[in-house]
Ligand binder design. Structure first.
Ligand SMILES: C[S@@+](CC[C@H](N)C(=O)[O-])C[C@H]1O[C@@H](n2cnc3c(N)ncnc32)[C@H](O)[C@@H]1O
Length: 317
């Protein structure tokens, strides 16, 4: 592990795809431990501007620590060339407006959770430990996993597990949760894992647990809506020639990015009716990665987390 917090995935590939001008303005919308941000800062030092955003206050503190460890970066921060913001990147337009930044030259998203968040018990993301069922990236938010598990209806829970976890036993698991909580609220990750495990089929129970926990995390943090909103908002602030680079870790996220890029790169819009002709439109993006970039064998060997990573990049026209 490079700094113990999180090993950055596809770091060189992402940063090379992102940076087109060394004195540009770049946003790392998912700062995490600052692994990608540090590589961006090195490339744009001393004239560029880096805005690092994370919904998790611990990530901001970690990135601050990382940048403060180097004299060059201390000065870079001190002179306002690195700005760290505790917010959700889906608020990108407001974040930039508040700092009088009108345009950016690139946005990097390395979505999902960091290794630190998964390992840190107090975050309540993992079924491998027994901690309070929380899962909020941003502790200022009121909705947490405990609320979802104890207050959503059986149908709503089944929908969450099916849509965000693609879990085949979603209904059975939702029913088991509702039956369990009728006697006793589910307060911890361990209690939830116990209820799910009982309904999971045999040797695949770990995969079922992973899918259920992933689904809850996506629901609690509105991850898919935030991704769509971020991409949409960014189009309004991205300079011509500027890049959007997204690294995602599961098919739901990758599909959103792929579809968004495809629609924005199309020169026509479907009329929605076979008798009516498609409408011409001016494309706003050029897709740079026809196929997603994946981690090399070597990276996959060194960092198992990189195995599911897919990177896509597009350029504003
Ligand atoms: C995979 S980690 C990023 C790791 C980082 N690239 C690095 O090299 O250390 C994802 C980070 O993004 C944050 N995050 C996820 N979705 C977010 C969102 N919509 N807005 C802001 N931060 C978000 C998480 O809190 C987490 O710290």
């Amino acid at each position: 592990m490079s700094n113990g917090y999180h090993i950055p995935v596809l770091r060189k590939e992402a940063v090379d795809a992102l940076i087109t001008t060394a004195d540009g303005v770049y946003v790392d919308g998912t700062l995490g431990g600052g692994g990608h941000a540090e590589a961006i800062a090195k490339k744009i030092f001393p004239n560029g501007l880096l805005i690092g955003i994370d919904a998790d206050a611990d990530a901001i503190a970690e990135a601050q620590r990382r940048f403060s460890a180097t004299t060059d970066f201390q000065q870079f921060i001190g002179s306002g060339h690195i700005i760290l913001v505790h917010d959700n990147v889906s608020n990108i337009q407001a974040i930039l407006r508040q700092r009088n930044v009108r345009q950016i030259h690139g946005l990097l998203l390395d979505i999902g959770v960091s290794s630190f968040q998964l390992d840190e018990g107090s975050k309540g993301f993992s079924f491998r430990t027994n901690d309070a069922l929380d899962m909020r990236m941003d502790k200022r938010q009121t909705l947490d996993a405990r609320t979802v598990v104890n207050t959503y209806s059986e149908q709503e829970l089944a929908r969450v597990f099916w849509r965000y976890g693609e879990e085949k036993s979603s209904r059975r698991i939702a029913r088991a949760i509702v039956e369990h909580r009728a006697h006793r609220r589910i307060e911890t990750t361990g209690e939830l894992a116990f209820v799910v495990e009982e309904k999971a089929s045999g040797k695949f129970f770990v995969k079922t647990l992973a899918r259920v926990f992933q689904a809850l995390r996506i629901e609690v943090n509105h991850e898919l809506e935030n991704l769509s909103n971020t991409l949409r908002e960014t189009m309004e602030v991205l300079a011509a020639g500027g890049r959007i680079v997204v690294i995602s870790y599961h098919s739901l996220e990758d599909r959103i990015v792929k579809n968004f890029f495809q629609v924005e790169a199309a020169d026509k819009v479907s009329s929605g009716h076979k008798l009516l002709p498609d409408m011409p439109r001016v494309p706003r993006l050029r897709v740079i990665t026809k196929k997603p970039i994946i981690a090399s064998d070597e990276e996959q060997l060194q960092n198992p987390r990189s195995r599911s990573a897919k990177m896509r990049a597009a350029e504003r026209l």
